[in-house]
Design a protein around this ligand. Sequence first.
Ligand code: FAD
Length: 285
Amino acid sequence: MIPAAFDYAAPTTVDEALALLAEHGEDAKLIAGGQSLLPVLRLRLNAPEFVIDLGRIDALRGVRDDGGALVVGAMTTHATVATDPLIAQHAALVSKAVRTVADAQVRNRGTFGGALAHADPAGDVGAPALALGAQFVIAEQGGGRRTVDAGDFFVDLFETAIGEDELLTEIRIPKHTGWGAHYEKFVRIAQQWSIVAVAATVRAEGGTIAEARVALTNMGATPLRATAVEELLRGRPATEDAIRDAVSSVADGTSPPADLNGDADYRRHLARVLTRRAVLTAATG
Ligand SMILES: Cc1cc2nc3c(=O)[nH]c(=O)nc-3n(C[C@H](O)[C@H](O)[C@H](O)COP(=O)(O)OP(=O)(O)OC[C@H]3O[C@@H](n4cnc5c(N)ncnc54)[C@H](O)[C@@H]3O)c2cc1C
């Protein structure tokens, strides 16, 4: 199917995009890489009257070093994020997770910010952002910016803290230089969305886990941070048995979906197995 007809504008500044959002209200929709929005429009699950293309706003693209954090522009493509040397050095968990997103074609068009704003619970960028304590910079009407912590950004299924008349401009990722990282994604076929995945990053000191950060993909309506497990991992030897014991409760209290790929209990089992693998690999390389 082809999408219903819509008017289109491609502003070159964030302020212009915000003005168009204000002018067209709920009839307007932002488009980034179009990799999630276009299928929705083609299926006519959504039929905005006005589409605002962020693709010509150069200020929304790129990765820069800001001291203790890396700043990733919302319109930076998955392909750029996956290969960026700063991200590989200071936030390896993000590089590793983004490399598992879809295929090269989708990664060349799809954007880091678009995927986070879309907030698909099976998407692969939310859990690493949550695990690393990312902050989301949102442009408001009137020219202001507000910053939302990862823990408050993901609100519900396909719902974030970004208001209807706002847009995500950049994602600030605290540096985790020297931390081991691994994204363990379970799929049935190549290039599938995650059935379950686990993002883990670990600071190891001489064979012991000094600090760990763990988050789960597709184990609920939003990415989930496994803070209790992180506490249990602290100070443990980086061995398979010790990690298995520490992560055994990782699925407690989760509400994973049930579908043709597996029921909720199967996903809870996967979460335990994948967390053990992700943490062990992150801790021992
Ligand atoms: C075949 C296929 C396979 C895929 N497989 C995976 C996968 O395995 N893992 C995975 O994580 N993803 C997967 N994706 C999705 C991919 O990651 C998309 O790139 C992503 O979900 C959306 O990014 P986008 O830039 O294309 O956003 P768009 O599709 O353009 O926009 C998505 C939504 O976000 C909103 N939006 C976009 N940018 C902003 C902004 N700056 N501020 C506020 N709102 C904004 C839009 O209005 C829209 O509602 C797949 C997509 C396809 C087509």
